[in-house]
Write a new protein. Structure first.
Length: 98
């Protein structure tokens, strides 16, 4: 099976959502579909029941810097995030199961 999940996203905002709403976020491959994401998470965490998956694509941002030779422009890469809702009472522990 092709690798779908890149990494779990652990930020201050997403940690608050994990505690309150039982949702977890992962960075996924841009071409991944919701069924592929669900299958990958169920394979990695078999004790978890997924109730909902929301995905979003964050476009790359323009970046630039000034050098002696002038301005160098570029972009950061676009990424895709998946927010997973799991059944009440279940949890995913990123730090012990890695």
């Amino acid at each position: 099976m092709k690798r779908v999940l890149i990494k779990p996203l652990i930020t201050e905002k997403l940690t608050g959502i994990q505690e309150k709403e039982n949702k977890y976020a992962f960075e996924v491959v841009k071409t991944a579909t919701k069924p592929q994401i669900k299958a990958a998470i169920e394979e990695l965490y078999p004790e978890v029941t997924i109730t909902r998956i929301n995905t979003m694509i964050n476009p790359g941002k323009p970046k630039g810097r000034h050098t002696r030779r002038g301005f160098i422009s570029g972009r950061t890469p676009a990424t895709k995030k998946a927010i997973i809702s799991i059944k009440e009472g279940q949890e995913i522990d990123f730090f012990t199961e890695i």
